[in-house]
Each structure stands twice: as structure tokens, then as C-alpha cells.
Ligand binder design. Sequence first.
Ligand code: PLP
Length: 426
Amino acid sequence: MDHFTYRNRVLHCDEVPVPVLAEKYGTPLYVYSRKTLVHHLKAIQTAFKAVDPLVCYSIKTNGNLHIARLMVEGGAGCDVTSGGELFRALKAGCSADKIVFAGAGKTDAEIRTALEHNVFLFNVESEGELSAIAEIAKSMGRVANVALRVNPDLPPKTHAKTDTSVKGVKFGLDIDTVLEFAQNVLKNPHIKVVGLHMHLGSPIITVEPYRQGMVKGLVLIDKLRRQGHQITVWNMGGGFGIHYKKNEALPASAFAEVIVPAIQESGCRIVLEPGRFIVGNAGLLVSRVIYTKDSGGKHFVIQDAAMNDLIRPTLYDSFHRIWPVAPAQNFAPPEDFQIENPGTKKCDVVGPVCESGDFLAKDRYLPPMTRGELLATFSAGAYGMAMASNYNGRPRAAEVLVDGGEHHLIRRRETFDDLIRPELEC
Ligand SMILES: *Cc1c(COP(=O)(O)O)cnc(C)c1O
């Protein structure tokens, strides 16, 4: 469920017509629905209610302070992957005892800061990292709580660039040697292994990888306990998929059905680190058509959002639904965006950036577009603005949060001065 609907052939976010937002804040523009954000967080909390989950919102997915704060107010903790994200989570009002710190390359400075704040858990990914944490904890007279992040070596389940639980990726500890590793940790007085962590990859649209992960996890937890570790936390990461094309994703309850029984059997507290599931479908990217042209046998719609605003299509071959914000008669948004609908024209939706990889969609069937028309790129809330850059001297887009009939700017559009601000005077 989200709050983006066409009424009288005009796309609305909640009660607000999207053209009003484009007029007021300019394009390209990220538009988020507060109700959708809150609804999706709640959906996960409810689905896993039986095991009283600690839901840690994945800050890297969309770190805007207003969005992170909404999550915190909704009872979520935060999953952070760097010192910068830790800073952000704390600024958003998250209490450190609900922060989990992930990432394969934590620096000494980041580890020290996290220990100073007393974060709930480090998700540890290598022997080197564990030694570093132990050493720094020792120097501070502290004991660090860690979860061992294991790569459970499962079959491929999503795009190669976002699959984190197949052999040969940089993430996690090898499942074949993790017990040997854990045995050595027992001697270290500054490390307490309290948990197991698995983030399988993303987006995942079947329960099968979780089913397989839970089986492997149960065995591991049992073995870790036999070694003498008091395992009380099982962190299953994030990864729940969303509807990018049509109705391909599963509800949170479907994942809960395979995850909850194993958690109950383990007697652990569950931690989840959802990002995309919460914010993906809560945001859209609004852009304006600058030109159209025919060239090399193709029809191009050149609009003012580019790969610097939304890099997912060129980075991951991702599919985002795209449709006019105020389509002409006969062009209600289709059931299926992947097929040729009557009257549409096959086009590439591209931006102004000087790269052939600068596109939002390729070979997509759209109504005939004209200069000045508004386009909506759907499901852009996750890994959209978070990955935005200034490439090609493009100020980053503005972000707006809509709530009922109200809208608030939650990040202003960058200016040209912002582009050169950190550069030293010359
Ligand atoms: C990226 C990431 C997440 C969030 O993944 P989603 O698919 O957005 O839910 C959670 N945990 C870890 C360790 C991650 O790297």
C-alpha cells in the first residue's frame, strides 16, 4: 500500500497534486509520503510482533534526518554502515542502545566513536576487524558486544551487485571457518559474542533464501553456544523486496512466517535491518521533459532527472515504473509497464548527463511526451537520493515530505555555491 494515486488523471501524493509540488519546489524533486513510511515500518513491526523485534532502519537506504526521525519516533532503531551514518542516526534522535553497526571496513576512528556512544552491537565481518575492536575496547577499558556476520553461502538470489550471501563476495565470515574463528574469540576479555548476523542480499522477493538461512543459522547458534558463547541476538539484516514492476513482492508476514519459528526455536531476540521495504515505495522522483528526439532508430525523452539523481537503473539494471504525472485522456497508468500499451511509443528516458549510461529507463512504452510535461519515476525512495551525486555539476535535488494535505521541504535544492563550498579558495 502506498499513497500515490491518480485522481482525475493527475498524480497525487496523499491529498496533494504532484504538479503543485513541482511548481513550488522545482524539478527534479523527490517526493515522499509520510503515511506510507509509517505504514511500512508498522507492517514489519506487526508481522514480527510474536518475537518482539528490534527493527533497525537501514540509514544507508535514505538517511534524510526527517525520515530517520520518523522511524525513530515509530520505535525503530538504526542500522548504520559508517561513522557518518552513526552521526546521522544520533542526530535523528536514535538512542545508541538501538544502533547496530555494520560494514566490512570499519576504521579505528569509527570503532572508537561507536564504543564511546555505546552502540548496541557491532556486526563483525573479519578477523582483522575483531582484533581492532578488541584492541580499541581494551584501551578504553570496555567490552564490545558483537554479532558475527556470517556469509551463509546460499544460491544466487538477486542482482550480482547486491547479493551478499554467495561465496566470493566481500561480506561476512566464511561459514566453513566461523566456528574456528569464534573459538579464538572466547579468550578475549574485551569482546563478547552475543549474536549472529546474516544479511542475505537485496531485494529478495521469495522466502526461500530466508528459509535456507534460518536452517543454517540454527545449527550455527547451537554450535556457538556449545563453544561457550551466550548467543542472545539473531540479526537477519534487511533485504525484503518491494513492487518495482507490478505485484512481485511479498508482504512482511510472508517473511515472518519462515523467520519467526526459527527465532522462537533459538530463543534469541530478533533484530531486523529493513531499508528498501520501508522507504522504497514511499518515494517518487518527479522530473520535467526538456526535449524529445529521434536518433539512430530510437526515440529519446530527455528530462531533467539523471543518473546523478537516481543511479539504480544504470548501476543495477533496475526497473522503475515511469508515467506522466498528468497523462492525456486514454493514458491511465497501465497494469503492466513492461508491455506495449495502446497508443504508447517505445522510448528511452534519459537525462542531461554526458554518459551513455545516463538513463532512467530503456525501451519503455510511454504516451507521446512533450516539452514541459512532468514525469513520475516510482519506487525511488530507497537508494535514490542516498546515492545522488553532483556529477556533471548538477546540484542535488530537493526532497519534500507530504502528509495528508500538507507538504514540507525536508532538504532544499542544492545551489551552485554548494557545489564549490568545500573547495579551498583559489
Ligand atoms: C543494505 C543493508 C541493509 C538494508 O537492506 P534493504 O534491502 O534496503 O532492506 C540491511 N543490512 C545490511 C547489513 C545492509 O548492508
